[in-house]
Design a protein around this ligand. Structure first.
Ligand SMILES: C[S@@+](CC[C@H](N)C(=O)[O-])C[C@H]1O[C@@H](n2cnc3c(N)ncnc32)[C@H](O)[C@@H]1O
Length: 224
């Protein structure tokens, strides 16, 4: 069996939530290294993903699986002090890092919630939901997709941005490297959440980046 085949076997179905918790406990204080891990692609990737949200000043955004809040600076720049960010993540150590960031920056319009993306229920609806680098990680990712869409206001935008195995012929020989890197982040890069998006949002669009190893997919809430 090829290296890719062995790695696929190990990662198929993804990691347990307990294993994910252990891995992100280690990542939490070192998450700045994620950009090195993603070969320097992260700032551009975040920019593209946040642009797809089409945020207006005053908008309310849910950052699902927000981690250490690395998206928050870009979100804050778009929504301004009148807007609101809710960051939700399962791993306490990641939320603690996000909280430190919020205190350090003095943002008063950010709320942090520790919860499972697959089952959360908030009593507010959002202009936009971003789910970045986590659809490949969250064990109940299909349920999380439904939860994300359910928290949109009518006409709100859902953006999913993540890594994937490439389907470009020239990149196929490197899929095992992607799989290997994915394992270190508890990610199953074989998932295809964009294919389920049309169940919950409409006008779904997809853009591939970085040789097809990254993607941004977005759509608009159909509840209007
Ligand atoms: C690679 S990090 C991405 C963090 C952030 N979105 C970013 O762009 O930097 C994946 C995140 O998914 C979170 N996560 C894992 N399982 C989860 C779950 N069941 N519900 C919500 N978040 C979860 C992890 O704690 C981690 O913070």
């Amino acid at each position: 069996m090829s290296v890719t085949g062995v790695l696929r076997r190990l990662t198929a179905g993804g990691f347990s939530q307990t294993a994910i918790g252990r891995i992100y406990k280690v990542w939490a204080p070192n998450y700045e290294l994620a950009n090195v891990y993603l070969l320097g692609q992260l700032p551009r990737f975040r920019r593209v993903a946040v642009d797809k949200l089409q945020l207006q000043p005053g908008a309310k955004v849910l950052d699902l699986s927000c981690g250490t809040g690395a998206n928050f600076p870009l979100l804050e720049a778009e929504i301004g002090p009148e807007g609101r960010v809710v960051g939700l993540d399962y791993t306490p150590e990641m939320v603690a890092e996000a909280r430190r960031r919020v205190e350090r920056e003095g943002w008063e319009n950010v709320e942090l919630v520790e919860a499972d993306a697959a089952s959360f229920e908030l009593d507010e609806r959002f202009d936009a939901v971003i789910w970045m680098l986590a659809a490949s990680v969250v064990p109940g990712w299909q349920l999380a997709l439904e939860r994300a869409a359910a928290h949109l206001k009518p006409g709100g935008r859902l953006v999913i941005a993540d890594g994937r195995l490439s389907d470009r012929w020239y990149a196929l020989p490197f899929n095992w490297v992607a799989d290997l890197l994915g394992m270190g982040a508890a990610a199953d890069l074989g998932r295809r959440p964009w294919r389920l998006m049309e169940r919950y949002v409409e006008r779904v669009e997809y853009e591939a980046l970085f040789l097809g190893f990254m993607y941004v997919a977005w759509g608009i809430s159909r509840k209007f």
